[in-house]
Design a protein around this ligand. Structure first.
Ligand code: MN
Length: 474
């Protein structure tokens, strides 16, 4: 880490907007809207006499998430008022959970390269979001559409010891939320918000150092950058004999710095107490059995490693998106070589999706796997396959059809290749002489000439075998 005489401790607090139809305690819509103050039920505005009613769908999503992270689900959890003043918080308090959250413990599992990592969770609780403040010149505007949208707060134990693992852990949490379809996990748009608590302490000290909370981090890359900056800042302070102050800092990506936002309140400043308008949350135990969990990202990656003999890192990358993981599996099952499929997924497919700015590939799995089979059988080269792949994407045709149309078959016949080799060597006697005198780098020149001649259709392995033979013996 930044300095060998200090230990780093990081914990994450993630706020995830639940994809429920309506808000946590009122019937106005919860989704993202372009409008301003058009989803404002009396409860969202805290009008006098309005009373909150818990959204059953949001509770089910929350319970599902707790189960997915293997936490202990608590019956009888309590909603508490967290009191503070802010213009976008019309009640003067946020309804959250304090000493009795609905889920305690649990873990986040993921891979760092080939190493399996498990970070313990402290708790998961439900709370409502605040409104949004918009500052325009001398004015501040408030949009209450977001006020009351259900949030899950997922808190890890302070067990993470480096910025990269912190970012991998946040990513793993997002994968789970997306697999459960409870949150779209968009950091840039704020539907998932990630705060990092970080402290450092001298190696010989056992109790944790004073923690600083970093807010406003809207990408996984910035999680790492903000933490690196903050660890350096704290290390410098301790080394020069200064104390760390418990505070909340904002990360500014344009300067790659953190700056003071406010000196941190302690829990007692919030005067938490059970919300008298809301009863304790009880549900029948059988509800938990009815909540069906899909195969989750981490389990899927473990299965991919087993079934398709993939590296952990590759498997984790493949399961990042559920639809894309399913697509991979359809093709891998058809194909004899899952390794080739995974290479294509991480290479050409990724590149094309990015270039075309699309989220999914329209080529049917069967066609995709036949294309890869044609490479394995030596009918086409890898380079030709990329060209065909592109055409398949654009025209929706099968690989065979395109090969036929463009006359793209690979030249693998020994006689034809040999003829090409001899023809090329005869054309370039000077280079042949130089090659035989020891300038073996010219091998690539001959290959290049033949590839040019055949528009890349010569089978590269067979060509290079024959060429070598001819140069050495001929
Ligand atoms: Mn919170």
């Amino acid at each position: 880490m930044a300095n060998e005489s200090f230990l780093v401790t990081i914990g994450l607090e993630i706020h995830a907007q639940l994809k429920s139809q309506t808000k946590l305690f009122s019937p106005d819509r919860a989704g993202w809207t372009e409008g301003e103050n058009d989803e404002v039920h009396p409860v969202s505005l805290a009008l006098p006499g309005s009373l909150p009613v818990l959204n059953e769908m949001a509770l089910k999503m929350a319970l599902k998430t707790g189960l997915a992270f293997k936490g202990q689900i608590k019956n009888g959890s309590v909603f508490a008022r967290k009191n503070y003043f802010y213009p976008d918080l019309p009640k003067g308090y946020q309804i959250s959970q304090y000493d009795k959250p609905f889920c305690e413990g649990g873990q986040v599992c993921f891979f760092n390269k080939d190493r399996e990592i498990s970070i313990s969770l402290e708790r998961i609780h439900l709370e409502e979001d605040a409104g949004r403040s918009l500052h325009k010149g001398a004015h501040s505007l408030i949009n209450f559409n977001r006020a009351g949208i259900p949030l899950l707060e997922i808190v890890t134990k302070p067990e993470i010891t480096d910025p990269h693992t912190a970012s991998l852990c946040a990513k793993a949490i997002r994968r789970t939320l997306r697999y459960l379809e409870v949150c779209d996990g968009n950091l840039e748009e704020g539907s998932m918000r990630c705060d990092c608590n970080v402290s450092i302490r001298p190696k010989e000290q056992t109790e944790l150092g004073t923690k600083v909370e970093l807010k406003n981090i809207n990408s996984f890359r910035f999680i790492e950058k903000a933490l690196f900056y903050e660890i350096d800042r704290q290390t410098e302070r301790l080394k020069s004999g200064e104390k760390i102050i418990q505070e909340t800092r904002l990360y500014d990506p344009s300067k790659n710095q953190t700056r003071l936002m406010r000196v941190k309140e302690s829990a007692s400043d919030y005067r938490y107490f059970p919300d008298p308008d809301l009863p304790q949350v009880y549900f029948e135990e059988k509800l938990l059995n009815q909540l069906k969990l899909p195969e989750l990202a981490f389990e899927k990656s473990q299965r991919f490693i087993q079934d398709y003999h993939l590296k952990a890192e590759t498997a984790q990358a493949l399961v990042e998106d559920k639809n894309s993981a399913d697509y991979f599996e359809q093709i891998a099952l058809e194909s004899k070589s899952p390794q080739t499929v995974s290479l294509w997924f991480r290479g050409e497919l990724q590149a094309q999706l990015k270039e075309r700015n699309q989220s999914a590939c329209p080529i049917p799995a069967k066609d995709f796997s036949r294309l890869l089979k044609l490479i394995d059988e030596g009918v086409i080269s890898n380079k030709m396959a990329k060209e065909i792949f592109n055409e398949m994407w654009d025209k929706g045709l099968s690989p065979e059809k395109i090969i036929q149309e463009k006359n793209l078959k690979q030249i693998s016949g020994e006689e034809e290749l040999k003829r090409l080799v001899i023809q090329t060597l005869t054309k370039h006697p000077g280079q042949v002489k130089a090659y035989k005198a020891g300038k073996t780098k010219l091998f690539g020149f001959f290959v290049g000439q033949i590839m040019k001649e055949t528009r890349g259709q010569a089978n590269p392995q067979k060509l290079s075998q024959l060429l070598k033979k001819e140069l050495e013996e001929g």
